[in-house]
Structures are given as structure tokens and as C-alpha cells.
Ligand binder design. Structure first.
Ligand code: NAD
Length: 254
């Protein structure tokens, strides 16, 4: 019997939100596992440039919530084997206190953007006759954490979108899964008001460590740890896994 491998040679992947945090770690992970070409999408050009990858890189400095971008991408991308639907922004505030403007801002990137990305990727994979995608949801989709308003709702939406897309495409040889990370030490936290106050009072390392204390392992995950989870789900090692939302949260949801 031939063992399936974590080997991506000859393959092309799309990663959104690749300029920072989890997306950047996934791009590095795929590069280290032999990927031939990467389409990296982010509004942050510097983050993509800083990656220093060895594979063929196509940098797309675009907003994932722009349908026109995805129309052009689909026409030009060619063969696509894998997609990581990952770009996202944070939000604060309780449901009763969140402005409609902020609600729409979060939905535009985290839900509409994920829909546009996944839909375009699946159409390209259908033309390719196979493929796999992973969507970055969040443990806040599973566990109702107070005070994150639109974010948790959007993340529940993308988790279910992955399950529906899995059901629609399993017979076509295309797998779709989601990861639901707990806290991960990335720049997404830096925009939050409460976090900024904690950083001003105690420094960033202590602020991250303070929040990590609420997780059973006593710390947040690293972006590299989440990249391993995503890499496994993308790979042929997970050939029999589709429609799963994997709680990559160090036990936070238990
Ligand atoms: P990050 O801020 O380090 O990275 C997010 C990236 O997405 C950034 O490079 C940013 O420029 C990009 N981005 C934001 N809006 C965009 C847009 N409209 N178009 C294109 N690119 C855009 O944060 P991260 O933690 O690596 O976040 C990655 C994903 O992981 C997000 O979907 C986030 O919700 C999810 N997530 C993060 C955590 C955590 O604790 N960090 C936990 C669970 C889920």
C-alpha cells in the first residue's frame, strides 16, 4: 500500500490573508512541503513581500470582498488544487451595542469575502477535476463568547458554508473543511480596544500571555501550529475527511 503524503509538489494553492499571521504561516508551510505555485491575496503588500518563499508566487494585493477581483482571478489563475479561505478581521462589542456599519464591515470581509473566495476556488477545482479547501472559522463559531458581535456570527456562517460546500462537491473529488482555532498570537488582536489597553499597561507579551491563561494549555496557539492543522486537512493524508469543522483550540471548547 502506498502511504499518502504531506507532499504538495506540482500543485498550486490559493491563500487569502497571506500577509500576516495564520495565512503567512500556511504559505510558509506549503512552501516547505513542496508546493509548486502560490496565489497569495492580501491588502497588505509588504506582508506578502516579506515571506521570501522558494516556490512560484503570484501576489494579488486586493480586497477579498471585491467581486470584480475574483472574476479576473478566475479567468487568469489556471489550474488550482488547493485553497485556504483565511482573510479576516476582528470585531468587538455586544450584539446590542454594535453599530450596523461595524456589523456590515465585518460581514463584508469575513463572510462575503469568504463566500467569493470559496466559490471562485471551487469553480477552478471543478475544472481541475479535484481539489481541497480549508476555511478559517473560529472557536467563537462553536462557543458563544460574549462581546465579539458580528465576528462570531460570521465565523459560524463560514463554518456552515464549508459543510454545505463539502456536501455539494464530495462526488466531484473536492473536499472542503474548516478549522476553528482558539486564541492564536497574531496581529488580529492588535486592533482590539481592550487588548490595546492591556498592551499599554503590561506590554504585548504579557497581554497575550494573560489571555492565553484562559486556555487549557495555558497559552495561545502559534500561527505555525494552526498552519499544520490546515496543511493536514488540505493534504492527501485527509483524503477521507470532508465537511469537518476541526476545533484547533488546544481544548478551549471543552
Ligand atoms: P492577522 O491580522 O495576522 O492576518 C489577517 C490577514 O488578513 C492580514 O494580513 C490582513 O491584511 C488580511 N486581510 C484583512 N482584511 C482583508 C481583506 N478585506 N482582503 C484581503 N486581506 C485582508 O490575523 P490572523 O489571526 O492570522 O487571522 C487569519 C484568520 O484566522 C482570520 O479569518 C481570523 O478571523 C482567524 N482566526 C484568528 C484567531 C486568532 O486568535 N488570531 C482565532 C480564530 C480564528
Amino acid at each position: 500500500m502506498t502511504e499518502p503524503k504531506l507532499d504538495f509538489s506540482g500543485r498550486t494553492a490559493l491563500v487569502t490573508g497571506a500577509g500576516s499571521g495564520i495565512g503567512a504561516a500556511v504559505a510558509r508551510w506549503l512552501d516547505a512541503h513542496g508546493i509548486a505555485a502560490l496565489h497569495l491575496v492580501d491588502i497588505n503588500a509588504h506582508g506578502i513581500e516579506a515571506l521570501a518563499l522558494t516556490c512560484e508566487v503570484h501576489a494579488h494585493v486586493h480586497d477579498v470582498s471585491d467581486p470584480q477581483f475574483w472574476g479576473g482571478f478566475e479567468r487568469a489563475a489556471g489550474k488550482l488544487d488547493h485553497a485556504v479561505v483565511n482573510a479576516g478581521i476582528g470585531s468587538g462589542g455586544q450584539i446590542a451595542e454594535q453599530s450596523f456599519k461595524d456589523w456590515r464591515r465585518v460581514m463584508a470581509v469575513n463572510l462575503d469575502g469568504a463566500f467569493l473566495t470559496l466559490a471562485a476556488a471551487i469553480r477552478l477545482m471543478r475544472a481541475n477535476g479535484r481539489g481541497s479547501a480549508v476555511v478559517t472559522s473560529s472557536i467563537t463559531a462553536v462557543k458563544p463568547v460574549a462581546g465579539i458581535g458580528a465576528y462570531g456570527v460570521a465565523k459560524a456562517g463560514v463554518a456552515h458554508m464549508a459543510r454545505i460546500a463539502a456536501a455539494e462537491n464530495a462526488a466531484l473529488g473536492i473536499r472542503v473543511n474548516a478549522v476553528a482555532p482558539g486564541g492564536v498570537d497574531t496581529a488580529i488582536w492588535d486592533a482590539g480596544e481592550a487588548f490595546r489597553e492591556a498592551v499599554a499597561a503590561h506590554g504585548r507579551e504579557a497581554a497575550i500571555a494573560g489571555m492565553g491563561a484562559s486556555h487549557p494549555r495555558g497559552r495561545f496557539a502559534t500561527a505555525d501550529e494552526i498552519a499544520c492543522d490546515i496543511g493536514y486537512l488540505l493534504s492527501d493524508m485527509a483524503a477521507n475527511v470532508t465537511g469537518v469543522v476541526l476545533n484547533t483550540d488546544g481544548g478551549y471548547s471543552l
